[in-house]
Write a protein that binds this ligand. Structure first.
Ligand code: FAD
Ligand code: NAI
Length: 474
């Protein structure tokens, strides 16, 4: 029947998912596969959320190609590979990035169709605990769902004196869409976004300077890995002002003068063409009208949930960046699947200790489980086994000898409780650590496993052997 003018279209479903990021769209796909009548709503025209459109995927595309350029320019000639007239066409590189994103956007659209998930574009807001209004450009729709998942993600934190315009004062989104490579780039915050995007622009030719409040980079890394990474990135040309506080900025024509305070409180001034603010992200619930549904959020804006991901309304769940925990795509997806499986009647569990973190610098840094400090805080007695890539033969073959593996075990049981790797392909190898922690593998058992030769992963075996001082090659 045709809809009359002004009439609100009403829908009913088993599951409504709000937000099509890696939390929401993965939950919707799982629900579709389990036969639940599912609606997925997304306010943007593109599917995939922060991760696909302005996060994981565009950043990793730029990281990959910028690394190729940097290696070709700086490291290959010493091995006899000489390239003449190597240059950068920045706009083609940005087109490649767009093409990757668009291809994957379409892929998600196809998956939703194949799994019979209905997808609407529009902003969802709660009218009551049982009704959600979906507002798009041309129409208003009403949805009644037996279950709702809030997966509305996060947004960058900004500083009042550095208002983001995404051209000269930028967040990560602006950094992924610049029209040209800035001569000077100052990055406030040497966490994961800063280090990844700072690496990209350093490789493309910017002079990159970090202003970091802490005395180390990379947040909560194992200290030895943080300082090894600091050393390596400094060699690559990145400049770090650690224990420095941003105070103010003054626009000087087309650039900025920034005033900072160093650790002794002395004034330091630096200039920049572009400023990237990467000091963390905060949950995004704007426009959701949580109050109308009687849903509480905490002082950091995170939607409050119980261990089963239920908000104060038991049929409304929340997952991903909008709730507590690491802001990672795979964490959001795991939670989405867990909620859907719970709705479908099983008892799934997300083991947060086995969720890995990867920083896609060169070399990569990957970690899972506890750092030594965290292990102590949990009442465990950590024992560390380690192995440097300097002693790994594959690392010699490809001239990638920087970095190390650290394995942390609980001394009493020998069970692996943490793995930390800085090396080429660390992001691929860390899954061994997740499996070891999940299955409570001991260092003795991992050290007894046969790894292929010559591979980077042999360093994991050697680090496990080192727990009992039994390494072969060190
Ligand atoms: P999001 O991906 O943020 O998706 C939420 C969606 O909800 C958005 O599309 C939003 O438009 C929509 N929405 C919000 N409100 C409404 C509403 N009222 N109605 C309808 N729709 C709404 N993580 C990794 O694991 N690996 C990486 O390599 C990585 N790289 C990153 C690089 C950058 C530069 C950034 C910024 C982040 C990166 N992350 C990475 C983090 C990752 O992007 C997030 O953890 C992940 O996207 C969170 O997924 P989510 O589904 O919770 O939320
Ligand atoms: P972050 O929390 O990783 O790092 C922020 C850094 O800024 C910290 O080192 C902090 O000490 C510093 N800082 C905070 N306030 C400051 C100030 N006023 N002056 C100077 N320094 C200050 O946050 P980031 O890098 O913005 O990333 C946000 C989230 O995005 C991360 O938590 C991560 O979960 C996710 N992400 C994940 C990626 C991955 O998995 N590879 C890549 C990019 C983002």
């Amino acid at each position: 029947m045709a809809k009359k003018k002004g009439e609100i279209m009403a829908h009913e479903c088993d599951l409504l998912v709000i937000g099509a990021g890696p939390g929401g769209y993965v939950a919707a796909l799982r629900a579709g596969k389990l036969g639940l009548k599912t609606i997925l709503v997304e306010k943007e025209n593109n599917l995939g959320g922060t991760c696909l459109n302005v996060g994981c995927i565009p950043s990793k595309t730029l990281l990959y190609y910028s690394e190729q350029l940097f290696e070709d320019k700086n490291h290959r000639s010493k091995h006899g590979l000489e390239f003449q007239d190597l240059s950068l066409n920045f706009s083609t590189l940005m087109q490649t990035k767009l093409g990757v994103v668009k291809g994957l956007n379409m892929g998600i659209g196809g998956l939703l169709k194949r799994n019979k998930v209905q997808h609407f574009v529009g902003t969802a807001s709660f009218k009551s605990p049982t009704e959600v209004i979906l507002q798009s450009e041309n129409e208003t729709q009403s949805i009644h769902a037996k279950h709702v998942i809030i997966a509305t993600g996060s947004t960058p934190i900004s500083l009042p004196s550095l208002p983001i315009d995404e051209k000269k004062i930028i967040s990560s989104s602006g950094a992924l869409s610049l029209e040209s490579v800035p001569k000077n780039l100052v990055i406030i915050g040497a966490g994961v976004i800063g280090l990844e995007l700072g690496s990209v622009y350093n490789r493309l030719g910017s002079q990159v300077t970090f202003v970091e409040a802490l005395d180390h980079i990379g947040g909560n890394l194992q200290p030895e890995i943080s300082s090894a990474l600091h050393k390596t990135l400094t060699k690559q040309g990145l400049k770090f002002l650690l224990s420095h506080k941003f105070v103010s900025q003054e626009r000087k024509g087309d650039s900025f003068q920034l005033t900072l305070n160093d650790s002794k409180g002395e004034v330091v001034q630096i200039d920049s063409d572009v400023i990237l603010v990467s000091i963390g992200r905060k949950p995004y619930t704007e426009g959701l009208n949580l109050e109308s549904a009687g849903i509480q959020s905490d002082e950091k804006g995170r939607v409050q949930i119980n261990p089963s991901f239920q908000t104060s309304q038991s049929h409304i769940y929340a997952i991903g960046d909008v709730v507590e925990g690491p802001m990672l795509a795979h964490k959001a997806s795991e939670e989405g699947v867990a909620v859907v499986e719970k709705i479908a009647g099983s008892q799934p569990k997300v083991n947060y200790l086995t969720i890995p973190n990867v920083m896609y610098t060169q070399p990569e840094v990957a970690s899972v489980g506890f750092t030594a400090e965290e292990a102590k805080a949990h009442g465990l007695n950590p024992k560390i086994g380690k192995f440097p890539f300097m002693a790994n033969s594959r690392a010699h073959c490809v001239d990638a000898k920087e970095g190390l593996v650290q394995i942390i075990v609980d001394e009493a049981s020998d069970i692996i409780i943490g793995m930390h790797i800085m090396s080429e392909h660390a992001g691929e190898m860390i899954a061994i650590g997740s499996l070891a922690i999940e299955k409570k593998v001991t260092a003795k058992e991992l050290g007894a496993l046969c790894f292929p030769h010559p591979t980077f992963s042999e360093a994991i075996k050697e680090a496990a052997l080192d727990v009992h001082k039994e390494t072969i090659h060190f």
